[in-house]
Design a protein around this ligand. Structure first.
Ligand code: THU
Length: 165
């Protein structure tokens, strides 16, 4: 369809704020523990096809931690990322308490080295819906190469203008 008289009224700019830390040890104690749980969670990954193991640890408002890891399948699209495994498990186990404070994510490559795992688009969409439900931010804490850490203060910073219904 041809839109007539279409013109740009004004360029807009989006600024995304996030934090980076030089080391996991700079995080506060609860986030440090969460990242440690994500590292442990990666042990549960089933990733024979990619060889890339991902661990995720989700902290609920009451301090409960629910973990997830990537689960692959020979029918590739049937597998699931660590982040969605964790958040879906939490939602299924505590449907009366969908109150999520922070999610830590870490990858482990085929050589066994810890590395960055940034949530994929589908995971961002899923996380975004739970964040909308709870009306407060869900922080996302990503491990980076060399032990640094990136903290997104909310899922909105990872997926602005997300689809809502
Ligand atoms: N993967 C995750 O579990 N989370 C991410 O943030 C990125 C990718 C998984 C999917 C697949 O099993 C493997 O990593 C390689 O893409």
């Amino acid at each position: 369809m041809q839109l007539e008289n279409e013109f740009v009224i004004m360029d807009k700019e989006l600024v995304i704020k996030y934090q980076e830390y030089e080391s996991v040890s700079e995080l506060d104690v609860v986030d440090r523990e969460l990242m440690q749980r994500a590292v442990e969670a990666a042990e549960g990954a089933y990733a024979p096809y990619s060889g890339f193991h991902v661990g995720a640890a989700l902290r609920l408002k009451d301090g409960t931690i629910v973990i997830g890891s990537n689960q692959e399948n020979v029918a590739y699209p049937s597998g699931l990322c660590a982040e969605r495994t964790a958040v879906f498990a939490a939602s299924a186990q505590r449907p009366d308490y969908r109150d999520y404070e922070a999610l830590a994510i870490v990858g482990r490559n085929a050589e066994g080295k810890l590395c960055e795992a940034s949530p994929c688009g589908a995971c961002r969409q899923v996380l975004s819906e739970y964040e909308h439900l709870q009306h407060h931010p869900l922080r996302v804490i990503c491990y980076l190469e060399g032990g640094r850490v990136r903290v997104f203060p909310s899922v909105v910073t990872l997926l602005p203008f997300s689809f809502e219904f």
